[in-house]
Design a protein around this ligand. Structure first.
Ligand code: FES
Length: 167
């Protein structure tokens, strides 16, 4: 059995965190940005990563857990290469978000919250993405895709799969 490596920020990242903490009255104020960094660096916020963030900021694990479990943008499970977050709030719902989610899940053969067996796609539903004029909105990794329909998603999935095959 191989030992699982403990999470560790790079030296550059630790320096960035130190500079960030210095700008706030206390380390707790830096928790949100540091959790974003951790999710970016480690892919998701496992129990080990949350413990590590608590140690880095000299906080109790419970203080970290409160924030991680409150915000939907933080993930406690690994996700696919393409995290497809569909806004299903009012404007997007009125513009077909529910049908879009159904289409994506059928096309990918998964349920909301699941990842395809090839590890490429995860579909989730999120609250208002703040881009209501472009409803329905799907955030894929860090990019917003607006006025998305089934054809658009099909093309995106096909392109992503083709890229995966080329790699
Ligand atoms: S309701 Fe979907 S972006 Fe606002």
């Amino acid at each position: 059995m191989t030992a699982v490596e403990a999470p560790r920020f790079s030296d550059a990242r630790l320096e960035e965190i130190r500079a960030l903490v210095a700008r706030y009255p206390g380390p707790r104020s830096a928790l949100l940005p540091v959790l974003h960094m951790a999710q970016q660096d480690f892919g998701y916020l496992s129990a080990e990563v949350q413990q590590y963030v608590a140690e880095v900021l000299d906080l109790h694990l419970m203080q970290v857990r409160e924030v991680v479990t409150f915000y939907t943008m933080f993930r406690e499970q690994p996700c696919g290469t393409y995290l497809m977050e569909v806004c299903t709030n009012a404007s997007c719902m009125l513009n077909g978000a529910d049908d879009l989610v159904r289409h994506m899940c059928e096309r990918l053969g998964i349920q909301v919250g699941e990842t395809t067996p090839d590890g490429l796609f995860t579909v989730t539903e999120v609250e208002c993405a703040g881009a209501c004029a472009g409803a329905p909105v799907v955030q894929i990794n860090n990019e917003y895709h607006e006025k998305v329909d089934a054809d658009y998603i099909d093309r995106f999935i096909d392109n992503a799969r083709n890229k995966g095959e080329e790699a």
